[in-house]
Design a protein around this ligand. Sequence first.
Ligand code: 5GP
Ligand code: MG
Length: 193
Amino acid sequence: MTSVHQDIDSVLFDEDTIVEGIERVAAAITERFEGGDLTVVSILKGSCIFASDLIRRIPIPLELAFVSASSYGDRTTSGDLEISFFPTGEIEGRRLLLVDDILDTGKTMNRLKAEFLERGAAEVATCVFLDKPSRRSVDLDADFRVHEVDDLFVVGYGLDFAGRYRNLPYVGVLKPEIYASASGSDMSVPSAS
Ligand code: 5GP
Ligand code: MG
């Protein structure tokens, strides 16, 4: 059997560490949004696994929405951001929590935050599973973050390389030959720096 686990060089965050971090952040979010009108907006595709684990640990009433934003496509270098929105009716007057898999340069979050405020959100807070502060190119920090990572290209728990590895239950780094074989095809080698 071919398994995605075979391609992993090292594990950065195992399942227990992920759950502990999510419980801590969920408690903080619950405290901040007690009182109502919360809509959790999961940025697809990367945050779907994180968002689904997160909201099940937030006991206050909330709604769930999705937005699709992608700056990477099949590659791992930053390009233009493509956004497709859900209906504006779900946004006006709501308190939003934008959820993403990783905050890297910050461009994705920054752009989406501005868009949602323009579309009438009462408030837009941000929550990321991973934070790479060393890579930031815009003035934005997440209001909530689960774990911090160094300047490494990571996969798993929703994060992909060329569409794969989202189903890993942990976060890890791929073996160098995986990137090398990808660069021989139409995919570029990840440049996390
Ligand atoms: P930003 O707009 O903050 O530069 O980019 C955020 C997006 O870049 C994330 O949602 C994610 O899709 C992608 N990204 C950034 N760093 C990594 C990484 O280390 N691994 C993976 N798989 N995706 C990353
Ligand atoms: Mg993403």
